[in-house]
Ligand binder design. Structure first.
Ligand SMILES: *Cc1c(COP(=O)(O)O)cnc(C)c1O
Length: 363
């Protein structure tokens, strides 16, 4: 029985499904977590390493301050981001993770019947926000696991409010250069926001250009989303930021849940900006592991797309539903996309070895 009268669009939604934890997998497949010596949670694209020591110390030192609300607008953090990125702080918004900012963009710009265009498969949060706001999804199929930006441009109708590009794309790990995004912008009306979700930017080792300096001066309808969750290892604290036209910042700030960027998140993010050179060492380690895993998979004969983020994509199609339980039963928990493929996060060298070893045993 349903109590109350939920909005039809919400009642019809499936519940959000986070990446499976090891405990959930152990439960589901009936294995003893303690007995699986080398289990690996490779399902949520998290950084397997803790933040650098100065960031951990800053969080610990601020723990006693949590009786007070933090600064709702995270003004000091917006200033610091502005200095770091060379943009006016009026162009900086902070939110409860970049998914929080994404939801703010939908709440501020997408009403019932408005279209939202994105390549697909892509980040699973996008259709959730479409459903929440009663918008209409226009999903443009990937070609060879990558964006077809001409097809994206052709899919933009007068009903479109947002175009969303995850670059690098989750789950396929493919990426486009800003020059290609410029080609899209030339074809899209300037009252459509083009959101470039760069959650994995820091892991890209080919030059993708920078949409903040190379696109935003000519195209004020570009919104760039970035996060401290992945490269900086702060997923649990929830800080994302957006760089956008000041008028966009004004609108999305109106729908920010009060104090959603909590005090510890602000303190940690400020410390992470200070210590970004140290974080780079961790990022480089993950990138070289990623390249090692890609080489190993190709060595086994797997045809996989180039990986630009902190995960690899196994485009298994129908075999997906047979391979992922086989991995998970042996303690390697991954992210399946039924009948499409499996996304595997880069973990520690031991976790990656475990994944490669289990996969090699499968056929
Ligand atoms: C992980 C991810 C995010 C999320 O980030 P938070 O800042 O933790 O909310 C955003 N976009 C994409 C494409 C992601 O994969």
């Amino acid at each position: 029985m349903t109590v109350g009268r939920p909005r039809a669009t919400v009642a019809a939604m499936a519940p959000y499904r986070p990446g499976k934890s090891l405990a959930m997998a152990a439960d589901e497949y009936g294995f003893d977590l303690e007995a699986v010596a080398e289990s690996a949670k490779l399902s949520s694209n998290e950084n397997p390493y803790p933040p650098v020591p100065s960031v951990v110390a800053a969080i610990a030192a601020a723990a006693g301050d949590v009786n007070r609300y933090g600064d709702h607008r995270a003004a000091e953090l917006r200033e610091a981001l502005g200095v770091w990125l060379g943009v006016d702080p009026e162009r900086v918004a902070t939110g409860c993770g970049s998914v929080g900012l994404l939801q703010q963009l939908f709440l501020a710009y997408v009403g019932p019947g408005d279209e939202v265009v994105y390549p697909w498969p892509s980040f699973e949060a996008y259709p959730v926000d479409v459903a929440i706001t009663g918008g209409v999804e226009v999903a443009v199929p990937l070609v060879n696991h990558a964006f077809d930006l001409d097809a994206v441009a052709n899919a933009v109708t007068p009903r479109a409010k947002l175009v969303v590009l995850a670059n690098p794309n989750n789950p396929t790990g493919t990426a486009v250069h800003v020059d290609q995004i410029r080609g899209l912008l030339q074809q899209v009306p300037d009252d459509v926001l083009v959101v470039v979700d760069e959650a994995y930017r820091e892991f890209a080792t080919t030059n993708l250009g920078d949409p903040i300096t190379e696109l935003m001066p000519d195209y004020p309808n570009v919104v760039v989303l970035r996060t401290f969750s992945k490269a900086y290892g702060l997923a649990a604290l929830r800080t994302g930021y957006a760089i956008a036209d000041p008028s966009v910042v004004t609108q999305i700030d109106k729908v920010l849940i009060p104090f959603a960027v909590n005090h510890l998140a602000q303190v940690a993010s400020l410390a992470a900006i200070e210590a970004r050179d140290e974080a780079r060492v961790i990022i480089d380690r993950l990138v070289s592991e990623r390249d090692r895993v890609v080489d190993a998979l190709r060595g086994y004969g797997w045809e996989i797309p180039d990986a630009h983020a902190n995960f690899v994509w196994l485009p298994l199609g129908e075999r997906t539903d047979e391979v992922f339980p086989a991995l998970e039963r042996r303690g390697v928990v991954v992210r399946p996309f039924p009948e499409v493929g499996i996304r595997v996060t880069i973990g520690t060298p031991a976790e990656n070895d475990r994944f490669l070893e289990v996969l090699a045993d499968l056929d």
